[in-house]
Design a protein around this ligand. Structure first.
Ligand SMILES: Cc1cc2nc3c(=O)[nH]c(=O)nc-3n(C[C@H](O)[C@H](O)[C@H](O)COP(=O)(O)OP(=O)(O)OC[C@H]3O[C@@H](n4cnc5c(N)ncnc54)[C@H](O)[C@@H]3O)c2cc1C
Length: 343
């Protein structure tokens, strides 16, 4: 199994066939929220609990060095939480946007593929988040701080703007229909190609094979709840289809709200839903064995059989490597593991 890595020049995306150099933006929408007041409130409560509240102003800018020093003087263990609050308070908004555009002529692509997008003089690869059966094309873009293009797409792009679009390209594609269940694993905008694939699967009835339902799982990881792209759409889809299981896992959200969902890395969240009976002959290291024994937060009785699975993973390269390693250890056959790394 080879993970398709894309390096800094994005696999020469400028050389892909031109689809349109006048694609028109029809929608731009922030997907994340401004949460500074929530962060300040939680920070104040933490300060009151640990006696450093005098370092936190009730309005205006926060002197984070001062807060950090005072908080960690009372307890070193507060460092990750203060760091997370700092990142969230200071981050630019929007940091996650959905962009919809239309081209004069429709173009064909397969669910899971990506396009090259040029705005002014910069070109980058972006996965298509919409299903091939839709007329308009949707992208989901995360702001990379100090990046050359993504901050401009998040801040400047507006309805009516023109984009040059090339492609499609990419080999993260759905397998031919079979009775295997499907597991999609992603963090953040790595879910974009999976949104396209999952919508396509349900629109075309590929969630059924020989009149039997296949289970379709999505494990989606992020730091904060509003960093989960399409959270509502996936929640609705899970309510509509008994065989769609949506497992969001959030590493930091419980510091800010009463998040009761999964909180682990998604490869660990996945382990909690694996059918241990299917693993009888395998031997695992301590960490995997422990996670396999954990109870999932979700009350679904459905479980994953790694012997009857196809897996799709997407996100930044390091994360995709961990995911690929985890599912290989579980016994998923390499021809059924499909990964794409964003760089
Ligand atoms: C096949 C493919 C599909 C992609 N699909 C999407 C998508 O659907 N949505 C999306 O938001 N992005 C996607 N990307 C990433 C995208 O192409 C850009 O790399 C990203 O938007 C950053 O571009 P930039 O010009 O802002 O940053 P740059 O100026 O290119 O980079 C600035 C710095 O940030 C680092 N960096 C680049 N990308 C990331 C990242 N994703 N996370 C953290 N650090 C990074 C770079 O190494 C560099 O050091 C995809 C990439 C590939 C190869």
């Amino acid at each position: 199994m080879t993970i398709r890595e894309h390096k800094s020049q994005h696999d020469h995306v400028d050389d892909l066939p031109l689809i349109s150099d006048t694609a028109t933006v029809t929608e731009v929408e922030a997907m994340d929220r401004v949460r500074r007041p929530e962060v300040r409130q939680q920070l104040l409560e933490l300060g009151e609990e640990h006696g450093f509240e005098e370092t936190i102003p009730t309005e205006g800018p926060i002197d984070w060095d001062r807060v950090f020093e005072a908080a960690t003087r009372t307890s070193r263990q507060l460092a990750p939480q203060i760091g997370a609050f700092h990142d969230r308070f200071e981050r630019a908004h929007p940091a996650l946007v959905r962009i919809v555009f239309e081209t004069d002529e429709p173009f064909d692509f397969a669910a899971g593929q990506y396009l090259s997008i040029r705005y002014d003089d910069r070109t980058r690869a972006y996965s298509i988040a919409s299903s091939p059966s839709r007329d308009e094309t949707e992208l989901c873009i995360r702001r990379v701080p100090d990046g050359r293009l993504s901050p401009r797409l998040c801040e400047e792009l507006s309805v009516g703007d023109r984009l040059a679009v090339r492609g499609p390209n990419g080999h993260l594609l759905l397998e031919d229909p079979s009775r295997r269940d499907m597991v999609f694993l992603a963090t953040g905008t790595g879910v974009a190609p999976m949104k396209s694939m999952i919508d396509y699967v349900f629109e075309t009835g590929r969630d059924e094979y020989n009149a039997e339902k296949r289970d379709v799982w999505l494990f989606l990881g992020a730091a904060w709840e509003d960093d989960l792209p399409y959270h509502e759409a996936f929640t609705d889809l899970a309510a509509e289809h008994e065989n769609f299981h949506y497992v969001p896992s959030l590493s930091r959200e419980s510091w800010l709200s009463d998040w009761t969902g999964e909180t682990e890395y998604i490869q660990d969240a996945l382990l909690k839903y694996v059918d241990e009976r299917a693993l009888e002959k395998a031997t695992f290291g301590r960490h995997i064995a422990e996670m396999l024994g954990e109870r999932p937060v979700d009350d679904t009785s459905a479980r994953i059989d790694p012997n009857e699975l196809e897996v799709y993973a997407c996100g930044i390269n390091a994360m995709v490597y961990s995911l690929e390693t985890a599912v290989r250890k579980l016994g998923v056959a390499p021809p059924h593991i499909h990964c794409e790394g964003y760089g």
